[in-house]
Design a protein around this ligand. Structure first.
Ligand code: NAP
Length: 247
């Protein structure tokens, strides 16, 4: 198993891509800590599924957009588990609207959770990673952070910001053997993308070279690769997992 003995934190890990990532990392031997804004009752089935797989797993309720909450949670995790090896910044939201209708709250909410939340978690963990002289930080960007997308100015800006943040922190932490990478998924089947009509989904599929939407497992596999020793000389990378959508 590639991640035996490793301790992984996955923000927003109770469902969607985050939960698929937890299962994949657990299948490679990692201890899993899910942090999520939902309460422990809602996260309980995810923890149970991980434990049923034989993994050690724990849930912490935490809002990534709240700096104090992110810091307290990370400190508590490091104290309880005696370390931290892998941080997956997965928590994210959308508030899709054309810029004409997008108000300040729509913009701020998406930036605060997606971009500031990623900064908060990196800020809360980087001293630990520097001291440890090893670590993996993997953040969920998106192909729309590369291409832009009408109706997603807030979301695209947050994801483009994550790409800049990733490359900058990769330069700062490289000498400490800490790799910092981003994953840019295309169109992945989760609750986040479920709201579109079947017609819109078919139109999206036809524009993807591989002619299908991705699964959370497609993304989780790439995250697991970046978290493993197989990717120990890869940093500052933005890995598209998009069936060729953003080529
Ligand atoms: P999802 O199914 O909507 O899940 C998002 C998770 O984030 C949920 O568990 C949610 O908690 C949690 N969350 C939301 N706000 C939070 C906060 N303030 N603090 C902590 N946790 C919070 O989303 P997904 O589709 O799996 O997406 C996961 C990541 O991949 C996101 O960053 C997203 O932008 C990115 N991504 C997704 C796609 C796609 O096509 N699905 C494409 C590109 C990038 P609750 O359950 O309590 O709401």
């Amino acid at each position: 198993m590639k991640l035996e003995g490793k301790i992984a934190v996955v923000t927003g890990g109770s469902r969607g891509i985050g939960f698929a990532t937890c299962k994949k990392l657990a299948s490679e031997g990692a201890t899993i800590i899910i942090t999520d804004i939902c309460d422990s009752e809602k996260a309980a089935p995810a923890i149970k599924e991980l434990e049923d797989m034989g993994a050690k797993a724990k849930f912490y309720q935490s809002d990534v957009s709240d700096f104090a909450s992110a810091t307290e949670t990370v400190n508590a995790i490091i104290e309880e588990f005696g370390g931290l090896d892998i941080l997956v910044n997965n928590a994210g939201i959308v508030r899709d609207k054309l810029i004409l209708k997008m108000d300040e709250q729509d913009f701020d909410a998406v930036i605060n959770i997606n971009l500031k939340g990623t900064y908060n978690m990196i800020k809360a963990t980087y001293k630990h990673f520097m001291k440890q002289r090893s670590g993996r930080i993997i953040s969920l960007a998106s192909v729309v952070g590369i291409m832009g997308n009408a109706g997603q100015a807030n979301y695209s800006a947050s994801k483009a910001g994550i790409i800049g943040l990733t490359k900058s922190v990769a330069k700062e932490l490289g000498a400490r053997n800490v790799t910092v990478n981003a994953i840019a998924p295309g169109y992945i089947v989760t609750d986040m993308t479920d709201a579109l009509s079947d017609k819109a989904k078919e139109a999206i599929d036809s524009g993807i070279p591989m002619k299908r939407r991705g699964t959370p497992e497609d993304v989780a596999n790439a995250i697991c690769f970046l978290a493993s020793d197989d990717a120990s000389y890869i940093t500052g990378e933005v890995l598209r997992v998009d069936g060729g959508m953003a080529m």
